[in-house]
Design a protein around this ligand. Sequence first.
Ligand code: HEC
Length: 180
Amino acid sequence: MTIETFKLRPILFGILLSTAFLMPVLDSISEAAGLNPRMRHRLSTQEHHGLGSEGPGVCPQQRFTEAAPEEIRNQTNPVEANYQNLEAGRSFFHTDAQPTACKVCHGPGGNGLGMMARGLNPPPRNFSCNETMKDISDGQLFWIIKNGSQGTGMPPYKLNLKDNEIWQIILYLRQFSSSK
Ligand code: HEC
């Protein structure tokens, strides 16, 4: 080993060490500024699939939703719980409901943590929370899906879904929890 390389060693080591320390710092700065391409890719694939966060969601959930008129609140689901109706409900929930599929806010697993849920106050209902869902009647669900929940992010679907289709969705929503 020559004297020169021996002298260079600590310098090279220093450069290596500072890069190792600097990389994560630079990474997080560019991430915060929205400049990190890896981060951008992660977000765009998430949007593409309409995913949200997984997990049980907030349960029990505080609920201040307006009550449906009594005669509607007391209605039970007139649609038969068969495979065809459930599958129709599933399609509306995940893709077909216009203008926005339910999963975008309520999450693919019904936990209320869909992609667009962030920033919504009150948050979307967590359909997988038995403790909250067991006290909400079919008629109540029907009324809110049809008319929306005023002053919240929950839009009305009466122009885009027939009554029969809303009941099909309710069959499907009940699958997320053990409440009937
Ligand atoms: C843009 C976001 C968004 C979309 C899309 C959306 N919801 Fe909601 N939903 C909400 C929010 C926010 C609430 C909470 C409203 C409240 O607290 O009163 C809610 C509440 C509900 C409730 C609770 C009613 C109650 O009495 O507690 C039901 C049922 C519901 N949504 C069904 C649906 C269905 C079915 C679809 C699709 C056809 C859908 N939502 C699409 C945001 C959304």
